[in-house]
Design a protein around this ligand. Structure first.
Ligand SMILES: Cc1ncc(C[n+]2csc(CCOP(=O)(O)OP(=O)(O)O)c2C)c(N)n1
Ligand SMILES: [Mg+2]
Length: 577
């Protein structure tokens, strides 16, 4: 069939395709006739496969979380299309997650038409066009995106898309936002091409030779060196590089507030995990040289901190956290670099230039191995269920056994059980665990859809709190999963409420009125049938389990259902909040 009308919308979609975007996670509105028509046009021409596939998302949180997880798994940014100001607002905290997770996503929203008397095609003809005409639509996201701009003509829309994606992908990566009014998105154009190869992201940065020497010499000369990292494992290829450095110097690696596998959990130099732990970390206190590698929160000063005279070095893709109002690590040197490149530079420098005290290194290696063996044994001992009660540790141990030897991808949104999940999952394969990297709950529901689209051959497993499950708009997420054939196993750490605000209140007011009366306003009793929501919305297999003896079999059955192509949601009843 002959090519039909070519508009800004066609060029916009072409630009996304040229840039390698496979999916548009969309929640449509009156601002999108141009896009709807352009997609139908290319479909009618038999060219749909050349364009990104539109995934209908009944809630924007699901759309952006899906694009977020897709990019986390694949490195490839995807597009999210939402409706003017209100759809943008409905992105809610998902955009904060993308920003904090340093994940590239292109968000597009229409904007109210700017003509009212028929001056241009697609001018105002519905009452909402007045009501949605707000003073600063782009301002809604400005604190959370790396770039925002308005498409003013189709003639350079491809340039805008490629520039936006170039910015999104350049580290620290993040979301970008384009808006386009209806008239502009309908503008007829001569077809044109743009070369996305001309818009590469900034390449990985290396340490200067001076910084490499200083850090390598300090680490190699330390008696008690320590590496702390949170998100080096965003790039799974960086993990083996870190292992080489840690092994060369027998340096323990502590994972702090980590949502990735930064260092293999079963490695003898793994020094454990910390989230909001309130006890002083002994290794941190004892360290004389600390390398903080890719970390927003390497420790929480109020409760656990290094010795005042420790020599601290920071190497980070985002070294001074310009978008955090308050951040400080008392470092001797702060360097902006790609952690894989930097770690390899440091390793090479030590190998080529430093005469290590082999005896001391081997002693350290043996001590670290003993310590991690003891830690592992202590954790193993905690994996027994209580009397007739499923504990989070027992549940996580069951999940570990369930997934042992598989290539499953785990999404964690376990909240007050983050630490337990990290400790008992002990994930060792780089890239086998992801989290949102942010704090806006409800990421995993849509995230599972995006993750499965990014790696259809892998089993996707979500570990989520019950509150977080509900924040993820399961009525929308589960429906999308069925419609687009992205089954996942969701395991709810179901304590029938929000433990986090209760624990926070208890930390600040341990003997307060709320504590005395156990009056925290965090209970979900009587609880909704959470698996039932998934059953109703997405035809998922749903089951609730409270008997520890039943749990392994229930999980196994649910996994089998997922392997059969249908989502499964298991509510695991833990002690209530
Ligand atoms: C969008 C959003 N709203 C509110 C919060 C505040 N908040 C942090 S943790 C939490 C409770 C989460 O409940 P659940 O997922 O069941 O985990 P639990 O605390 O029970 O482990 C809440 C409400 C948040 N982080 N994000
Ligand atoms: Mg809960």
């Amino acid at each position: 069939m002959a090519a039909g009308p070519y508009t800004t919308s066609t060029a916009f979609l072409e630009a996304l395709a040229e840039a390698g975007v496979s999916y548009i996670f969309a929640n449509l509105g009156t601002d999108h006739p141009g896009l709807i028509e352009a997609l139908a046009q290319v479909d009618a021409e038999g060219r749909a496969a050349e364009f990104p596939q539109l995934i209908v998302c009944p809630h924007e949180t699901v759309a952006l979380s899906a694009a977020h997880a897709y990019a986390s798994v694949s490195g490839q940014p995807q597009a999210v299309v939402v409706h003017v100001d209100v759809g943008t607002q409905n992105l809610g905290g998902a955009v904060s997650n993308a920003m904090r997770g340093r994940v590239p996503v292109l968000i597009f929203a229409g904007a109210a038409p700017f003509t009212i008397a028929g001056e241009l095609p697609a001018g105002r003809n519905e009452f909402v066009h007045w009501i949605q005409d707000v003073p600063d639509q782009r301002g809604i996201l400005r604190g959370y995106v790396k770039y925002d701009n308005e498409i003013r003509t189709g003639r350079n829309v491809k340039q805008l898309v490629h520039r936006a994606l170039q910015l999104a992908r350049s580290e620290p990566a993040g979301p970008v936002y384009l808006v386009g009014p209806r008239e502009v998105m309908e503008e007829p154009l001569e077809p044109y091409t743009a070369d996305p190869a001309q818009y590469p992201p900034v390449g990985p940065a290396a340490l200067t030779s001076e910084a490499t020497r200083e850090i390598a010499t300090a680490l190699a000369g330390a008696s008690h060196p320590l590496i702390v990292t949170s998100y080096l494992g965003r790039n799974p290829d960086a993990v083996p590089s870190l292992v080489k450095l840690a092994e060369l110097l027998a340096t323990p690696v502590l994972e702090s507030a980590a949502f990735h596998v930064n260092f293999p959990g079963d490695h003898p130099l793994h020094a454990g995990y910390q989230f909001s732990t309130s006890a002083q970390n002994e290794l941190l206190a004892a360290a004389d040289v600390i390398l903080v590698l890719d970390s927003d929160v390497p420790w929480i000063h109020a409760t656990s901190r290094p010795a005042p005279d420790a020599a601290i070095y920071v190497v980070d893709i985002d070294p001074v956290k310009a978008d955090m109002a308050l951040w400080h690590v008392p470092a001797r040197r702060i360097a902006g670099a790609d952690s894989k490149v930097a770690v390899e530079q440091i390793t090479e420098f030590v190998r080529d230039n430093v005469l290590l005290e082999a005896g001391a290194v081997e002693v350290r290696r043996a001590v670290a191995a003993d310590t991690s063996r003891a830690r592992r044994a202590a954790l193993d001992a905690l994996e027994q269920p209580g009397a007739g009660v499923i504990t989070p540790r027992y549940l996580t141990a069951c999940v570990r056994e369930l997934l042992a030897g598989t290539d499953a991808l785990v999404l964690t949104e376990a909240i007050t059980n983050y630490q337990v999940v990290a400790e008992h999952l002990r994930a060792s394969r780089p890239g086998s665990v992801i989290g949102s990297g942010g704090t806006s709950l409800g990421w995993a529901g849509g995230g599972a859809v995006g993750a499965k689209l990014a790696c259809p051959e892998r089993t996707v497993v979500c570990l989520t709190g019950d509150g977080s499950f509900l924040f993820g708009v399961p009525s929308s997420a589960q429906w999308v999963a069925r419609r687009y054939g992205t089954p996942a196993l969701t395991i709810i750490y179901d304590n029938r409420g929000w433990a986090a605000p209760k624990l926070s209140a208890l930390h600040v007011h341990p003997d307060g009125a709320a504590a005395k009366a156990d009056n925290f306003h965090v209970s979900f009793e009587p609880e909704a049938d959470l698996p039932g929501v998934a059953q109703a919305a997405g035809g998922a297999y749903g089951v609730t389990v409270s008997d520890p003896a039943e749990l392994p079999r229930v999980l196994k059955d649910a996994l089998a259902v997922v392997h059969g192509g249908r989502s499964a949601v298991v509510s695991v009843q833990l002690p209530p909040v």
